[in-house]
Design a protein around this ligand. Structure first.
Ligand code: C2O
Ligand code: CU
Length: 454
């Protein structure tokens, strides 16, 4: 791992922690509450009328929606039938135990054809998450090794009283040139009763998904975490970053409501049984920086306390050599892999990152594994609404974000752009807990096995 970068201690103490292996960080040894089997395989699927070569979980893409309850111990048996370069599963947005993160060459070896791997982890938070291959992910995610993971609040949670009448998934994925919701192009009719419908958008693409509804809606959650006190929005659209999730609460009347991507696929939801609904058209871009209970964000920040480490994650690009190949590569704080900073933290630290996008035309949906971070400011403007917790934060050209998190989940955690071709072009590093060592390697391991997370 260390040959992946240069330790950056962010102004905090330099670690002298005893060595621990990542493999030692395991879920509790008890019987699972939720048990799943996922088999990865090559296949064909008709998407938008076109027969395409895809990669499937349990015979379809997207794979099955996995459902569990907050606090459950989830066990997933992954089998690779015939995906030649191997497969792993990363549980995107789940703040899970360090050894189960599913990154080839960091937390495990890729699972080759005929092999299997069992994931065991507790799901600490309710909300909308997803899973995807993190071996050769540029190709395997694009070809369909994806699925949704929905964690219901535990029944003892007092807040379930506000549960909506209907709960739908809207997983965005583009197969070839066909953009789909839950694998379907165009409009899909979904019967729901009048009332409030929760629509869980998951963006598995490399670029932003702009979503909206023809009825007023509330933004109820971002990246799995609830946004309390959100006001009703009309004529608005929400930008779901690549890798991100947004839950909308849509008010469905006796007429049909369309909810989906602006000029893209949509769900027509309503009680009347016909497919007709108005087209989506929205003008105002939703801004989470000022949305929800006023002052909530400042409160969450003071609850975290002052940071012990301050890091800069400045994204640029320049030409040079990466793994001996000449090209234009992304830089982090001016450096190309393997000279990029590795952000070193200690269990219990409060950590601040200043993320700066210095690439003129490129959007970077920045994803940190294993943690949620609180958005503190954008371009110096403080967050004033409800706490905005993210694992996937879209940083537009020229923007600067400040985020703060509690480092309370030991491991070796990727922090990369979720426009996966950008990650492959060098926009990837790690947040590393001092003393933690991985025994896996990125690159060629044996004649059969090459770990290549992107
Ligand atoms: Cu959704 Cu490192 O990935
Ligand atoms: Cu990027």
């Amino acid at each position: 791992m260390m040959e992946m970068g240069v330790p950056d201690y962010g102004g905090g103490p330099v670690g002298r922690a005893p060595h621990r292996t990542l493999d030692a960080l395991q879920a509790p040894d008890r019987a699972p509450d939720a048990l799943f089997t996922l088999t990865a395989a090559m296949g064909y699927q008709v998407v938008g009328g076109l027969r395409q070569q895809v990669m499937t979980f349990n015979g379809s893409t997207p794979g099955p929606t996995l459902r569990a309850t907050q606090g459950d111990l989830v066990e997933v048996r992954l089998t690779n039938q015939d995906v030649t370069r191997g497969v792993t599963i990363h549980w995107h947005g789940v703040d899970l135990v360090g050894s189960q993160d599913g990154v080839a060459g960091v937390t495990q070896n890729a699972v080759l054809p005929g092999e299997e791997f069992v994931y065991r982890f507790v799901v600490p938070d309710a909300g909308t998450y997803w899973y995807h291959a993190h071996q050769d992910s540029v190709r395997e995610v694009r070809m369909g090794l994806i699925g949704a993971l929905v964690i219901q609040p535990s029944p003892s949670d007092a807040f379930v009283e506000s549960a909506p009448t209907s709960d739908l998934l809207a997983l965005v994925h583009t197969y070839g040139t066909v953009t789909t919701l839950n694998g379907a192009a165009g409009s899909t009719y979904v019967p729901v009763v009048a009332g409030t419908t929760r629509v869980r958008f998951v963006n598995s693409n490399n670029g932003p998904a702009l979503v909206s509804a023809t009825q007023p809606f509330i933004v109820a959650a971002i990246d799995g975490f609830d946004i309390p006190g959100g006001t009703m929005l009309s004529n608005s659209y929400v930008d779901v970053p690549a890798g991100g999730r947004i839950d909308l609460l849509v008010t469905v009347s006796s007429q049909n409501t369309r909810v989906g991507l602006l000029s893209g696929p949509s769900l027509v939801i309503g009680p009347d049984g016909s497919g007709a609904a108005p087209e989506l058209s929205s003008s105002a871009r939703f801004d989470a920086l000022t949305y929800g209970t006023p002052g909530g964000s400042a409160q969450a920040l003071s609850a975290l306390g002052p940071p012990q480490r301050n890091f800069t994650y400045r994204i640029g690009s320049r030409s040079g050599f990466l793994n001996g190949r000449a090209g234009t590569w992304f830089t982090i704080n001016g450096k190309i892999i393997p000279k990029v900073p590795i952000f070193m933290v200690r269990d219990g630290d409060v950590v601040r990152f200043t993320i700066v996008n210095r690439t003129p035309f490129l959007v970077h949906p920045m994803h940190l594994h294993g943690h949620h971070a609180l958005v503190v400011s954008r371009n110096g403007q403080p967050a004033t609404g409800a706490p905005w917790w993210v694992d996937s934060l879209e940083v537009l050209p020229g923007e600067t974000y400040e985020i703060v998190l509690k480092a309370d989940n030991p491991g070796a955690w990727m922090f990369h752009c979720h426009n996966l071709p950008h990650a492959r072009a060098g926009l990837v590093t790690h947040m590393m807990y001092e003393g933690i060592h991985s025994r896996y390697l990125i690159g060629r391991v044996t004649n059969r096995l090459t770990n290549q997370p992107e």
